[in-house]
Design a protein around this ligand. Structure first.
Ligand code: ADP
Ligand code: MG
Length: 259
């Protein structure tokens, strides 16, 4: 593949007290690539996400953005470097409108004297917010409605649209299709495709394996804190993916015995 590596983690480990949640994980993400990160509960997926998003510092290991070694002191630092992360819990402010949420923390001010007086360019944000969502394939009826008036699926769509429209390099989605109906989950997959088309690197965590097989270029399998498989999606079948996740493939009789 010709695309460059935009984000990389080398030999990352993370312990919580005596629990080794992540052991020597290495991962390369290319521009315009979608990686599926899968594994059973407790496999270390969220821990790896936290390391990549700046929420946790790894106990050991190196992070490189555009080939340059970086250390994130906070999620804010990673965000400012172009890495957006969306957790299961969408993090939207329910009492604010859709467009206010889209620009939360990054509000546009009116230029000139109005700007000096601190007025927000409300109308402009509304129009641009609507356009931003539309561009990534999300239709939200009225962007001037409070988020609390939306369905769970619409709320999640807004959160993802927000992340994709702001992300400059990498977007990490930790189980974004949980609790969504089939149609809304389909919308999320479209947003992932839009992010890829935009040249972003995408890391998609999901237990819904058909979604992972459908939308990713590569699948990385974590088991007990270790990456046990990292291969192009075309090399997996639904059965072989489950076997890699559960480790049942290792249990098959063969010439090599247990590690
Ligand atoms: N804050 C924490 N304190 C202690 N142990 C944790 C913490 N977060 C995760 N763990 C443990 O680390 C391991 C990996 O968890 P996690 O990364 O959440 O897995 P996943 O997201 O794949 O379900 C589990 O054994 C979990 O119990
Ligand atoms: Mg998790």
């Amino acid at each position: 593949m010709g695309a460059e590596v935009i984000y990389e983690v080398r030999d990352a480990s993370k312990s919580y007290g005596s629990v080794k949640a992540l052991s020597g994980a290495s991962l390369k993400l290319h521009a315009g690539e979608v990686i599926g990160l899968v594994g059973d509960n407790g496999a270390g997926k969220s821990t790896l996400v936290k390391v990549l998003s700046g929420a946790h510092q790894p106990s050991e290991g190196t992070i490189l953005l555009d080939g340059e070694e970086r250390t994130w002191g906070s999620p804010r630092e990673a965000l400012e470097a172009g890495i957006e992360t969306l957790y299961q819990d969408s993090g939207l402010a329910p009492h604010l409108t859709v467009s206010q949420n889209l620009f939360l923390g990054r509000e546009q001010m009116m230029p000139g004297i109005l700007g000096k007086l601190g007025f927000l360019a409300r109308k402009r944000m509304e129009v641009q917010g609507h356009d931003d969502l539309e561009r990534v394939g999300i239709a939200v009826p009225a962007s001037n409605r409070p988020v609390s008036a939306l369905s769970g699926g619409q709320r999640q769509a807004v959160a993802i649209g927000r992340a994709v429209s702001w992300a400059r390099k990498v977007i990490i989605l930790d189980e974004p299709t949980n609790h969504l109906g089939a149609r809304q989950a389909g919308e999320v997959l479209n947003v992932i495709r839009a992010a890829k088309a935009k040249g972003l690197g995408v890391i998609f965590i999901s237990h819904t394996l058909p979604h992972v097989l459908e939308v990713t270029d590569r699948i990385v399998v974590l088991r007990l804190g270790r990456i046990v498989r990292d291969a192009p999606t075309s090399q997996f079948t639904p059965d072989s993916l489950i076997a890699a996740i559960t480790g049942s493939a290792d249990a098959e009789p063969g010439p090599t015995s247990a590690e």
